[in-house]
Design a protein around this ligand. Structure first.
Ligand code: ADP
Ligand code: MG
Length: 148
């Protein structure tokens, strides 16, 4: 697919399992975004930039995004979930989230344990932070999409 892919929408509540308890909260994109703008890209893990209007912190931050069925949690619908690599003081449900998807990291996997899932996500985060240092990505961070 042609990267970057820019998507945006209000943060919706998910099932509230996994994420926060594991130290890896994921802000869920609206179903319409997943079914439309992200309908044609492969299931898996991506990295890129994200910006959320929390009032306090609205800078453009690194993110990893999972697009998939979450086989570990046996979801019945495809979801798009964004973990922003940043520590926020508060939740930001219903706030406007903007995402620039820059590259694909790996396909979705199923796991024997939660620990294995978390290990993989930590590795994805390292890949994202490393890759996002490329100068070309700094330009996207400054793109007009994020200025609004
Ligand atoms: P849910 O199932 O409702 O998505 P999570 O446990 O995945 O529950 O938590 C996600 C929520 O946590 C987000 O909607 C957001 O409000 C909040 N949150 C706090 N810090 C982050 C972060 N760094 N990245 C993504 N979401 C975060
Ligand atoms: Mg979530």
């Amino acid at each position: 697919p042609p990267f970057p892919i820019f998507v945006e929408g209000s943060v919706v509540a998910g099932f509230g399992r996994g994420g926060k308890q594991l130290g890896i909260p994921t802000a869920n994109l609206p179903e319409a975004v997943v079914e439309q703008a992200l309908a044609d890209i492969p299931i898996g893990v991506y990295y890129g930039w994200a910006k959320v209007n929390t009032g306090a912190d609205c800078s453009v931050l690194p993110m990893v995004m999972s697009l998939g069925w979450n086989p570990f949690f046996k979801n019945e619908k495809r979801s798009g979930e964004v973990h922003i690599i940043h520590s926020f003081d508060n939740d930001f449900y219903d706030q406007h989230l903007q995402v620039a998807i820059l590259a694909y990291i790996r396909p979705e996997r199923d796991y024997a344990s939660l620990e294995a899932l978390v290990d993989d996500i930590h590795f994805d985060i390292r890949v994202a932070l490393e890759s996002l240092q490329r100068p070309a990505y700094a330009e996207i961070k400054a793109a007009s999409f994020f200025q609004s």
